[in-house]
Ligand binder design. Sequence first.
Ligand code: EPZ
Length: 417
Amino acid sequence: MDKIVIKGGRRLKGKVKIVGAKNAVLPVMTACLLCRGVSVIENVPRLRDVTTMGKVLERLGARVKFEGDTLQVDTSGINSHEAPYELVRTMRASIYVLGPLLAAQGKARVSLPGGCAWGPRPVDLHIRAMRELGADLEIEHGYILGKAGKLKGATIRFSMSSVGATANTMMAACRASGTTVIGNAAKEPEIIALAEFLNRMGARIKGAGTETIEIEGVRKLSAADYRIIPDRIETGTYMVAGAITAGDIQIEDCVPEHVDALTRKLIQCGIKIETGKHSIRVKGKRRIDSVDMVTAPYPGFATDMQAQFMALMAVARGNSIISESIFKDRFSHVPELRRMGAKIKIEANTAHVGYVRRLSGAPVMATDLRASAALVLAGLIADGETHISRVYHIDRGYEAIERKLGNLGARVERVPE
Ligand code: EPZ
């Protein structure tokens, strides 16, 4: 296992290019299971989660080829309907095969995903939606066992906004007979991207990006080509890197409107932000003001940016109240930030973040993808060295983070643990 060693204190300057969105490419990869043929997906990031999803598809009989940032997914040889525990437990998004398998093969045996560092991650909304589309699902020995004749369109209203459940339902409904209407659908850009890809395959989806998505089932879907949208969470992470180091970073190949909520918060902190069509310039400053923040479904403040923003608030003047409304206790980064001197008190789903003039470098441990990003950001401005172990968590969602930060002037290296 590797670790990342950061010597803090450098103001980051220069340009950084954003890669394709992890949370868009994962459902697009599973959507390929809805047809037999070769789909070509461009602007795919080199991430552990993408490799893992490739293994899940290969276990189902697909052939996955990665050349540069282009992924070829050949599903002509699909010969299984099983997503095994040893793969699903490493990546919750494997659950995205459930809808496509039921729609395309009429059966599925998918391991229940485990929890994660910050607690249980149920899939009850996925299961309920599949049943409403006519599938028979049983839970046995940690697996979801599904059988379905032809799925039937239904009107499904989610009790809470769920990206995964919306994605799974959209994919399953594409090949159901009749029309499906999803109420309280997730509005994330990744849902719009998935709908775009499915429509290129021949699906008939309207309303992606709004609360109500309508899917008219079709008999057949075909392979398609698609270019993945930029990763808004990688974008936000580098925006905070520019802010926290009082640097001056030009972020390129991004979609500014996808990070509107973060931009507004950073401006309230006193950070200068200039947005172009596909770029954002972030000019940090030494003493920033703290602001309160509540995470919310898109277009609200992304829960996947909560840990990174907390690292920034740890060195912002005043007190910041950060409420995590999407996941229960998504605060595994807090004990590690405290080891670096941050003043953070947790009450239920709210963090009260005080001010410290300087964080201090320390050996810390990554526990999940976005918590690790927060530790990297804290290390960039901490006094001395920060050693972040279990860096495989970072590799799940950030491509070549030490190279990109190094190119911006950070003193960061990856060393074997
Ligand atoms: C997606 O996870 C993202 N993952 C997460 O990003 C992101 O944090 C999350 O959406 C919220 O934006 C991918 O896209 C691969 P949800 P997902 O279903 O779909 C509850 C990252 O860092 N819920 O929108 O699993 C759930 O517990 C990852 O890239 C149920 O109760 O999230 C949560 O409280 C981390 N039952 C809320 O809904 C269900 O069946 C929203 O979760 C499903 C979800």
